[in-house]
Each structure stands twice: as C-alpha cells, then as structure tokens.
Design a protein around this ligand. Structure first.
Ligand SMILES: [Cu+2]
Length: 450
C-alpha cells in the first residue's frame, strides 16, 4: 500500500470531518474496541461457542490517521489435540469436549489485572487487557514500547487449563497464542517408562510425555473485497556459495504445506490479488514451531502445518469434522481438494505443536507453557507507527557508518521465479555521509572509530 496509503491518510485529514470507523454488525455488548497512544485502533466482535470458545469476527485495524481497514472475517481455534507418547492416542479436545460452555473458567480482576472483564453467559469469563510490551523501536534519541490489546479466556478441559489468547498490536500485527496450564493429566504405573518420567516425591509412576497440537483457523478478509486476497509462499534457497535467492509462489489452488526452516519458508497474505512485497498484507513466519507431531499412517494431515482452502461453513474442525457435519469432509487434508482459490474467499489454517516432557515443577501446578505465532502487518503504514519517518542525526550517522558494508560488491544472479533483488535500502546515503563528517567534527572520534 505504501505511498497510496499515505495519500489516503492525507485526503482523509483534509476532506473528512472525522475518520470512518468500521460499522460492526454485532450488539454493543459483543464489541471490543481499543485505541492506542500512537492513534491506531482495533475494532472487532466477540462470541463464545461451545466448541471453540472465543470466536472473533469483523476484525478491523485502523492505522493512525487513516480509515478502518478490514483484516479478518473470523479468527478462532479449529482443533486442539493432545497426543500421548505411550499409546498414540489422540484427544480431540475441541470436538470431544469443547473449550466453551461450562468449560470456560470464571475470571476475577486479579486474573485480568487492570483490564476489563466481560460476561459470557452472565459470568465474567473474558478479559481484555491493554498492555505495554517490549521495545517497539529504538533510535539513538528515543525508545518506544509496543502497545497491544490481549483478549483472552481460560478453558478448563480435564486437568488442563488452556489460556486462549489473541494479542492485537498497535502496528497492526496479531499474535494468537495458547498457554497450557493446570495439572498433568495422565500417568503410567511404570516408573521407568521411556514414554514419560518419574517425578520427585511421586513414587511408583511416571507422568507421560505428550504433544499439544494447536490448530487455528484464520479467515482473512483484507480490504473491501473479501474475494481478492491471495496467499503466496516465500522461500529463500541457498546456493553453493551461501547466497540466498528469494522465490515467491502464489497458491492458486487449495494447498497443504509444511514448515521448512532450512528454506526459511513463510506465507504472505496480500490484498487486491497483488503478491508483490510492496502490497499491504500479513506475513506468517513460523519462528517458534519447535516440535511437530506427525503420524502419516493414522492422521496424514499431521504432515502439514499450513493450509489454504476456500471458505465453507461446514469445514469447521481440523479433525472429527463429520461428527458435526456428516455431509462434509472429515479432516483438513480432505478439505484441500484442488479447488481454485482465484476470486474466492480464502481461509488459512495454521498448526503449532509443543512436545511436553514433564518436569519436576509440573507435579502439582504446571507453569503456563506458551505457544503461538505472529501475523506480522506489512506495508499498512509509510513508516514504523509512532515514528516521524525522519531519521535522527544519530541514526543517519550510524547508517552512514554502515555504508561500506552495505555497498560491498553484490553479484546479481539471474533471478529465480518472482525474485527481485533490489538495490541498497539506504535512502539518503550521501546526506548521511555529509552528516557523518559534521558529526565527526563535533563529537570527535566517538562515532567513526566504533
Ligand atoms: Cu502438556
């Protein structure tokens, strides 16, 4: 979006009496809105379903000074497996038990410190919490924290408590995550079992290792038209000389894909059928994939971590789907049946696994183990939100100092498919060098010698 977005902001400021917010269709009590210090805002509707618990819909991001921008039609979990090492038995928590209804825990103000408690079925069970997080950006002259809104609820399933959390950042990024907390569920009578381990003070048994397998369903609806979103796969292929060339492949038919850290594989969801890396969109880089539960024989879909399908109401659960939709397919791999995605409302599914080997501290109350991923907003702004977009003199000097490194000779290879190798990312190298000289005059050798 880049400069076009800048123009939209400018026109909006000059012409509009007030910036348009999204018109949410849900009742006021189901609306969640937040405005951050940098002027950006999120708006969405929430619902709690018996199976998935929290479903967020009509999710809009409003960059500072701009109109509201549609990001998601819906966000929700689509399955939660627990697969035990001793038996290959897999629990399907969403379809067997459900994370909603009576399984949602009541929260008090201590569970939601400084946040707002919202009633689900007349009981406070949903928390929205504005927090200042880690560093958003740092320059030689200023540091800003990243603000975010967390929306979370706790589902008690058996001994486990799952903290189902959605975090919306002031730069438009979104982080779904789940904290696995509560207590260990299963043990074996064999204290020496290789499928688990014996914990101190708990004799004659071992607590079994297991994998939590989380599946999220993300229905992106970027911009005004829900049918012009496109997903492309990015890879960086290393040649014999250690150079990495980018390839970008649009996924034009339904697809099941696996995480590939060696090729730094990621997925870019963009608007207006435009896959160029200049376009507005979201990048999913699975950086904390950790473990992976794969059983090609019993559950072939576990081989994959990322799926793109056409939106269909009856394709709701990653597994055990026919339990609720007998006329539809059974699992996510069957939803992927070669249908074209061009001009369709597309849906993404992403899986992250966590192999839980019990530790001593887990024997009474477990720590919360967090797993999730970030959907990184890209090109929704002209510059890092909150920042003026102008480099400070110190930044320019630092950039100028790095000039020799950046400008070292780069042999441009013939580009692979979709690959474009751009030139130096520096915007004002010559001004930078000039300011560096001025700086070195004023501040002696401090900047130039380090
Ligand atoms: Cu566990």
């Amino acid at each position: 979006m880049g400069h076009r977005f800048g123009i939209v902001i400018l026109v909006a400021l000059l012409v509009m009496p007030g910036l348009l917010k999204a018109e949410l269709t849900c009742p006021v009590e189901n609306q969640i809105t937040v405005e951050f210090d940098n002027g950006a805002a999120w708006q969405m509707c929430w619902d709690s379903r018996k199976r998935e618990n929290i479903v967020l819909s009509d999710v809009h991001f409003q960059p500072a000074g701009a109109q509201a921008y549609s990001v998601f039609s819906t966000l929700r979990l689509s399955q939660l497996h627990v697969n035990y090492d001793d038996s290959n038995v897999t629990y399907n928590d969403v379809t067997e038990f459900g994370l909603g209804g009576g399984y949602v825990s009541e929260l008090n103000q201590q569970d939601c410190p400084g946040g707002e408690l919202i009633d689900i079925g007349g009981i406070p069970r949903l928390c929205t919490l504005l927090s200042n997080g880690d560093d958003s950006y740092t320059t030689p002259t200023e540091t800003r924290q990243a603000q975010s809104l967390s929306v979370y609820s706790v589902s008690q399933v058996g001994a486990y408590a799952y903290l189902i959390t959605w975090k919306f950042f002031a730069d438009g990024s979104v982080e779904p995550s789940i904290g696995a907390a509560g207590a260990l569920q299963r043990s074996s009578g064999d204290p020496h079992s290789h499928h688990g381990r014996e914990l101190e003070d708990v004799p004659n048994k071992s607590w079994l290792s297991h994998t939590h397998n989380y599946y999220w369903q993300l229905d992106f609806d970027l911009g005004e038209n829900p049918r012009d979103d496109v997903v492309s796969e990015l890879q960086f292929v290393t040649d014999a000389a250690g150079r990495r060339a980018r390839t970008q492949t649009p996924l034009r038919v339904e697809a099941a894909r696996a995480i590939d850290p060696k090729q730094m594989r990621s997925w870019f969801i963009s608007d207006k059928d435009d896959i160029s890396l200049d376009s507005a969109g979201y990048l999913i880089e699975p950086l904390s994939y950790g473990h992976k539960m794969v059983n090609k024989v019993t559950d072939p879909y576990t081989e994959f971590d990322f799926f793109v399908t056409r939106q269909k109401d009856c394709e709701r659960f990653t597994s055990e789907n026919t339990k609720y939709y007998p006329d539809c397919d059974e699992n996510i791999l069957q939803f992927v049946n070669n249908e074209s995605l061009t001009g369709e409302d597309i849906v993404l599914w992403h899986r992250i696994s966590f192999h839980h080997v019990p530790r001593n501290e887990d024997r009474y109350v477990m720590h919360s183990h967090w797993d999730g991923f970030v959907m990184q907003a890209r090109n929704l702004h002209d510059q890092t939100p909150g920042h003026s977009g102008k480099e400070s003199a110190g930044s320019v000097a630092a950039m100028a100092g790095a000039r020799v490194q950046l400008d070292s000779p780069v042999e441009e290879k013939s580009p692979a498919f979709g690959c474009s190798v751009s030139g130096s990312g520096m915007r004002y190298p010559d001004i930078g060098l000039f300011i560096l000289i001025i700086f070195s005059v004023f501040f002696g050798r401090r900047y130039v010698s380090s």
